[in-house]
Write a protein that binds this ligand. Sequence first.
Ligand code: GDP
Ligand code: MG
Length: 269
Amino acid sequence: MPVNAPVEYFKAEDRFRSAKSKEEKIAALEEMIRLLPRHHGSENAHAQLRSKLAKLKKETKKRGGTKTSIAKEGEAQVCLIGYTKSGKSWLLSKLTHARPKISETPFTTTKPEVGMMDYEGVKIQIVEIPSTFEPEHLSIARSCDLVVLVSKGEDIKKLEELMDRNFLRTKYIFINPRLERIEQVKEKIWESLELMLVYTKKRETGKIFPMALKKNSTVRDFAARIHKDFLKNFRFARILRKQSDRTREIKAGLRYRLHERDIVELFTK
Ligand SMILES: Nc1nc2c(ncn2[C@@H]2O[C@H](COP(=O)(O)OP(=O)(O)O)[C@@H](O)[C@H]2O)c(=O)[nH]1
Ligand SMILES: [Mg+2]
């Protein structure tokens, strides 16, 4: 069985075993897939879980269900969940260039709407989940990186129960679009994603490009993200780090921890 899986994984496994419906089984499996660490030794376990999931989904589809999946794009995927007319489409249109229909009519949004939010050059995908809360739509929220519960304030408890009832264990935050400024909302989403912004500097051109890494990432994580060859032929990294009003230059190895807004240039053999 999987090595190093967190306690929550085994709880999801228990739920899978005791699930009475296929939908519950699917929910538990999706959570197991999300929680099972990804490394060389867990590839088989992942493949087995995915094949079980595919089989179950096929079976539910035969009974009239439809499949909706949104290909992940950008550095993270964020789902907007809330009751109808809470302002999800409105929020999506403010955070991204998407133009979903915003309306006083309940249940205007019937399929997931997608847009890309720009945070200092980093792209974050935002998905509006229709308020009909169909299982195949909620599935998207199960595998995303963050759920934003769009709330008018009085429905906070009901939204938390909705998450719980549908086995949505993804990290979530509340946002009230009528009270919070859009720049604040963006900042809150970014903070909650627990990412850090670093810049990669291309040696040939000297140009810098923003990218997002998990907080506390090392030079190794950075190099692996750029290209596997960089890791194989790694010599050292040159890091430019702003400290108060001067820029420090640091020569670093693979285990060196990066800071927010470091500019990183890789040197290879
Ligand atoms: N004034 C104001 N109106 C909003 C806000 N968010 C949504 N609305 C209005 O509320 C209604 C429903 O919004 P919509 O985004 O379609 O809700 P959804 O069902 O959650 O997608 C529309 O008439 C919007 O114009 C907001 O932040 N401020
Ligand atoms: Mg909508």
